[in-house]
Design a protein around this ligand. Structure first.
Ligand SMILES: C[S@@+](CC[C@H](N)C(=O)[O-])C[C@H]1O[C@@H](n2cnc3c(N)ncnc32)[C@H](O)[C@@H]1O
Length: 211
């Protein structure tokens, strides 16, 4: 049976009920109600981009982190321009699309990803900096995926998990992407120091410390 995240809060709380000082709360991370400067380690993994104003949420989460404490955060990265334009356009449209239609779209994108991947075609793309397309050797499915349209397919995850991954990307109306500079400036604006930075094609994540 599939559980939603709300139910998962109760499942987690019951599994760890023997740990005395561990508590699970369900709420809006943009406004937790937690006092300023009391949390030694704040983690926000893959959620901040889905809030209405991620910069405000970032400010709130860094404000509840204690002096000398750490705030770990993950954001989606900005991709090539054509992919960003499609994603931005589509996010607005998702307000008016039913869940059923979103699942249909996710299925179509998964089939597209699988069919492209099955071609097993690789080619070399030149650098196209004005469109943010990085040159190099690409598999055709990965090329379309990174630069034009999220048509996720991963053979060893299978069809349903690949489909859920496509759904998970296109369904939320809010899913802001950040450049590295934008991510680091949010930290700077909140007087946080970078203790560790991880970057990859899809995301940036960091542990920031509060000095
Ligand atoms: C991509 S999932 C990440 C979930 C989990 N952190 C993980 O890494 O597997 C995004 C989650 O953010 C939650 N979410 C979106 N907006 C939120 C908000 N304002 N407050 C709390 N959770 C939120 C969604 O319900 C969803 O479960």
């Amino acid at each position: 049976m599939a559980l939603n995240y709300g139910e998962l809060t109760y499942v987690a709380a019951s599994r760890f009920k023997d740990v005395e000082n561990l508590f699970f709360f369900k709420g809006d991370i943009a406004s937790t109600g937690i006092k300023e400067g009391v949390i030694d380690f704040t983690v926000c993994d893959q959620v901040i981009m889905h809030t209405e104003i991620p910069e405000k949420t970032f400010e709130h989460l860094s404000s509840i982190t204690s002096f000398k404490g750490e705030f770990a955060c993950y954001v989606y990265s900005k991709k090539a321009l054509p992919r960003e334009l499609v994603d931005d356009y589509f996010r607005k449209a998702t307000h008016d699309i039913s869940a059923e239609k979103m699942w249909e779209l996710s299925e179509q994108l998964t089939i597209l990803g699988k069919n492209l991947s099955d071609l097993k075609v690789s080619f070399t793309c030149p650098n196209i900096p004005l469109l943010g397309i990085k040159g190099g050797d690409y598999d055709i499915q990965r090329f379309i995926y990174w630069n034009f349209l999220k048509c996720f397919w991963k053979e060893d995850w299978g069809f349903d998990l690949s489909k859920s991954t496509n759904f998970d990307w296109y369904a939320p109306s809010n899913a802001k992407r950040f450049s590295k500079d934008e991510f680091l400036s949010m930290a700077n604006d909140n007087k946080l120091i970078v203790a560790f930075l991880h970057e990859e094609e899809a995301c940036y994540s960091a542990r920031f410390s509060k000095q």
